[in-house]
Every structure is written in C-alpha cells, then in structure tokens.
Design a protein around this ligand. Structure first.
Ligand code: FES
Length: 240
C-alpha cells in the first residue's frame, strides 16, 4: 500500500468519499474534541473506516486524511505499519490462530489444519462465501488457555482441532451480531467451550482493588474510585 514519496491528492475531488463524515459526524466531532491534535485521531478513525467499508480502500484512507487535514502519505504509512488494518478485502470474521510455543504444544498446528479443511482455504485466504479469512499469528497473550484463536479480536480459548467444527459453526451463527460486524473488534468479547459442544461468552468481572493494610495496622486509605468509563466515541454504529 505504501510507495515512495508523498502520496497527495490521489483522487479527483469528484471521486473522494464523504461517507464517514456524513454517517459518523457526531462521533468524529467528539473524537476531535478529545485530543489536542487531529493526528491523534488517526487510529480510531481508521478503525471506523475499516468497519464501515469492510477494509481500508485507497479512497477510505484518503477520506480519513481529508477529515483530519493530514497528508495522505501519513495515513497510508499508518495503515501499512499496523497489522490490524486491512488494506485488502477480508472475510466477515478475521480468524487469527496463535501458533506460538505454548499454543503449538497444545495443538495449534492441528487446529490450523482442521480449519483449513473446514473452510477449504489456506492461510491468508478468504472463504468463497466471504465469511472467513484465516491467518496465523504470534502470541496473543493468553497462553494459559491454549490453543487460542482471535475472531474479530474476540478471544476463543481452548480451541482444539476437535472443536474446529463447533468454532466455525458458532461464528457462522453469530455473523450478524455486533462482534461479527466489526472486523476492527469494537465489540470483542471472550469465549470458552461449554458443555453443549459450542462456546459461551465469559462474563467480565470487575474486581475491586483491595488496598494492603498499612504497616501500623490501620487500613490504608481507599483509593478514589475511577470514573465510570464513558461510551467510546470511537465505536461506530453497527454496519449493515
Ligand atoms: S502462545 Fe498462544 S497465546 Fe501465547
């Protein structure tokens, strides 16, 4: 996607898209108001564009650059640098199988083989129905429950080769959920196998911080409660 030299005015004005600004005006304004520099909004805006268009087309990248009043080259470089930006069409689900050492010891290669067979594709390919793109990735930092797979950045634990069929079925059945519609992972959750041969969402637990007792025997002062997190302005509305 990247080339040498400055990449400016890649499209004539009549071909430049304005869909993002028209669709997400409030969210974009909110993001811009949050940061001192428009440059700081590049990543959330690219994720927004990626979810809206399905992947980052040249037009979409130019559109982001235009909204932020940045040189297009700068935005193309960001897209080229980060592996979670997709500058080519990808499936509804981006399935990323960890093949690092702990996952490999627990069957990651067998899982990859099973998924390839299930989907009829090789790595870095997309299934003919446009539903799945398969990738092999390095450690996903969840080595305690291998083999680990990410699908649109949702974590799936203990996905053995024997569970490949249930895993694919689960993703197909959930293709129209927010998780399935956001390849950028705005609504990502955690899942584990359940007793019914499918997967269940793991509830998130917020554990309160317990301050250690002070050395004189009196309890340490309670830390002030963090402010509740506000809804992310970067979260795009669900796309069709
Ligand atoms: S090795 Fe697979 S999550 Fe760390």
């Amino acid at each position: 996607m990247q080339g040498g030299g400055e990449k400016e005015s890649l499209l004539p004005p009549c071909k430049q898209q304005t869909m993002l600004k028209a669709t997400y005006a409030t969210q974009i304004e909110s993001l811009l108001a949050r940061y001192a520099s428009p440059r700081s909004v590049v990543l959330p805006l690219l994720y927004m564009a990626q979810d809206h268009y399905g992947h980052l087309t040249e037009e979409a990248i130019n559109e982001v650059a235009a909204i932020l009043n940045l040189p297009a080259t700068d935005v193309f470089e960001v897209v080229g640098f980060y592996t979670l930006f997709y500058d080519r069409p990808v499936g509804r689900w981006m399935v990323q199988v960890c093949d690092d050492v702990p996952c490999c010891y627990c069957g990651a290669e067998a899982l990859l083989d099973a998924l390839k067979q299930q989907l009829g594709i090789s790595e870095e390919q997309t299934s003919s129905d446009g539903m799945f793109t398969l990738q092999r990735v390095k450690c996903l930092a969840a080595c305690h429950r291998p083999p680990v797979v990410q699908a649109n950045l949702s974590y799936f634990y203990d996905v053995t080769a024997e569970r490949a069929d249930a895993f694919i079925r689960f993703l197909r059945e959930h293709a129209d959920t927010p998780q399935g519609k956001s390849v950028s992972g705005f609504y990502a959750e955690d899942y584990e196998p359940d007793a019914n041969g499918t997967f269940r969402q793991i509830p998130r637990k917020l554990v309160a911080y317990q301050p250690p007792a002070a050395s004189n025997g009196t309890p340490a002062a309670e830390p002030s409660q963090p402010a509740p997190s506000e809804p992310s302005a970067a979260s795009p509305p669900e796309t069709a």
